[in-house]
Write a protein that binds this ligand. Structure first.
Ligand SMILES: [Zn+2]
Length: 214
């Protein structure tokens, strides 16, 4: 699958990053790939999105696939996503490429009213590792993995949007451990008994006040 690069390194000073929007077109960009240091060519305006590409065919995996890129753009612009067959998440805020320690999250969706936060990972080539899922859960995220493996990279934005928002077959949801149900019930009945005890004490107090007055 083709990968798109948006940041090259200056050939003469490889500590210097050059963004695609600042680069001269074609080979005049004079950039190399941050991943493999091979020559890059800037493709301005000839395709869907301006980007750098490796000048000669390369097996380098630096950069991003169009599917991944489009999926992030769609989720950022949308305001709801179907999580599974019963639930829809309505979100008020979407942030892409969120850095959390040494991790990077594709998209973080938040609902500022319910304070839910979802880490969304769009999988095009490699599935999410169990370790990353665990770490995200421990940080209080619900984790939604969206599997786009095997999808056609030339899919239209409208089609991909429909799949991302409405489809649930491609989604896998991981949630932090719910409260132990048995314990929650016990706590609730404990609260009931406290209420009863409180009311009994109130009645006794009231009866005493009346007795004194009488
Ligand atoms: Zn490369």
């Amino acid at each position: 699958m083709r990968r798109y690069i948006f940041k090259g390194l200056s050939r003469s000073d490889q500590t210097k990053e050059i963004l695609i929007e600042d680069a001269a077109n074609g080979l005049a960009c004079d950039c190399v790939c941050p991943g493999c240091k091979a020559t890059l060519v800037a493709k301005q305006g000839t395709e869907r999105i301006p980007h750098f590409a490796h000048y000669t065919g390369s097996s380098c995996r630096y950069g991003e696939t169009m599917l991944h890129l489009l999926a992030k753009k769609i989720l950022k612009a949308a305001a709801r996503i179907k999580l599974d067959d019963e639930r829809i998440l309505y979100y008020t805020n979407a942030e892409v490429e969120v850095v959390e320690g040494d991790m990077r999250i594709d998209v973080v969706l938040r609902n500022n009213i319910t304070h839910e936060k979802y880490a969304v990972e769009i999988v095009v080539t490699n599935s999410l590792s169990d370790e990353k899922i665990e770490r995200l859960l421990r940080l209080g995220y619900n984790v939604l993995e969206i599997d786009l493996k095997g999808f056609d990279e030339n899919i239209s934005e409208a089609e991909l949007s429909e799949i991302l928002i409405e489809d649930t077959d491609c989604k896998c949801l991981f949630e932090p451990e719910p409260y132990y149900p048995g314990k929650a019930e016990k706590d609730e009945s404990g609260l009931k008994w406290m209420m009863v005890a409180f009311m009994v004490l109130m009645v006794i107090g009231f009866v005493n006040v009346i007795k004194k007055k009488g």
